[in-house]
Each structure stands twice: as structure tokens, then as C-alpha cells.
Design a protein around this ligand. Sequence first.
Ligand SMILES: [Ca+2]
Length: 280
Amino acid sequence: MDFMNDYARLHQNIIDLIEQDAEYGFYIIDQGLTFTSVFQPIFDREHNIYGVEALARIYDANGIPVNPHDYFESIRHDDESSAIATLTCAIIHMLNFSYSCHYDKKLFINVTPVIFEILSNHDIAVDTLVRGLKKIGLSPAQLVYEIIEFEGRNLESVLNGIQKLASFGIEVAIDDYGSAYSTEERVRSIKPDYLKIDKSIVDLLAAFKYSKFHHAVNLGHSIKAQTIAEGIETKAVFERCMASGADYFQGYYLARPEILKSVARPEILENTARFRRRSI
Ligand SMILES: [Ca+2]
């Protein structure tokens, strides 16, 4: 990965692109695309907000929305673009989260496996992350990296990257468990802190088909992972997820992704003031 020879520069190039306005909060425009953040709450069994998953909203130069999933798919085989896009999103998500009303909760961020390989091979990447979190008033223990689509990656470096994050208290989740990329074998080798049960399995509960969901919850608990049911769209499915022993819950029925209300945090203002170029 040649682009990794100067990580400090790569990181600084992203930081230099950060802008801020009243509509989106912090955002980045890179190569004609605008990257912004929305957040979807994750609830515990008592219906408290446990954390939020950060999701990118991307717009082209004409302000037309670009589907984030399609965008990340289109650059999937290009490690450099994929790493830069993931880091770009992670940075604005952390900044927007740190000024949000949920800043003391957990922050779940989607991360491509190439990032774990970078973390595994370059100590500067972990140091930069931990220092960055401190500057914006977040603790590493609040961060959960959701690992998406593993196919074709070097498992050993991914595991090594996870280990490095764990040494700072940063947790990991396996995303979309039950979809093509996220298999039981992967879960057992990675032993994540959280297992996110894919919507395709959660949806089966609507038809009273419990076995895959129960299997996922048991698998999670057998490796001491907490389970998160994703994509809950109805009351009935939510109640069945609850009754089936899932630990946390996420989906449109409970809350949609949205821009979070920002709050004043004078203790970190000084460290982020230089991004306030477009504030109104
Ligand atoms: Ca996710």
C-alpha cells in the first residue's frame, strides 16, 4: 500500500478539507462529492439510547444524493480510494458526534477491512486516531468499529488491527451477520464485542421464523458478544427480537437516521475552531 508511506500527510489532507455550516454541521467536499453525517440510535432493552451508528450521506456537485452503499461498492477494489473515503467519513462522523446531544454514548462507525490492515501495519494510524479522539473530547472506549465485507482480505492483519484497537479500549462489531460476507466462521475467528444481526434474519421474525435469529443470538452469546438486531421496522418484529433475547435494537420502527441536534461543548471548541470556515 504505497499510499500509506506518509500517513500523517494523508490524514492532514483530509483534515484540511473539513468545513462546517449550519445545515450539515461538519462536512467534507472531495473530488466533487460532499460527505455528511447522519446518526441512527441503537436502543438497549430498557429503551434507553445506548449509542448511535454513524451513516454517510453523500451528494454530487449538483446536490443530488449518491447512494453510499453503491459508492463504497464502486471503490471496493481500490484500497487507496476505499481507505481515504472510510477515513473521511470516520473523521466527520467523530466530529459531528462530539458536538451532538449523544456525545457521551457509544459511536458505531462502518469501516472497511483495509482500515484494519492499515492499523495493523502502521502504529501512526492508531496513535493519530487516539490523539484525535482526545482532542474532540471522546474516549476510545466510546468507539465501536463495525467491520463490513471481509471477502479476500488478510484475516491475520485484520485480527492484528483489532488487537491494537482493543489495547486502547476501542471495540469492534461484525456488521450484517447472516449476509453473504458475514459468516459464522468469521464471527468465531474474529470474536467481536458486538454481533449485528442482519435485517434479512430479523425480517424472518415477521413470519414467526425464529430459528436463524435464535442461532445468531446464541452464537453471539457463546463468544461473549452482545447482539444488536438491525433493520427493525415494525412493533411485532421489535417485540419478537426482545423476546428472543437480543441485547440491543436498531431500525426505522425505533428511530430513523438523522442529523443530530448539536450542543455547546466549550471544552473542545478550541481544538475544532479552525474548521469553522463556513459557519453562519
Ligand atoms: Ca453498519
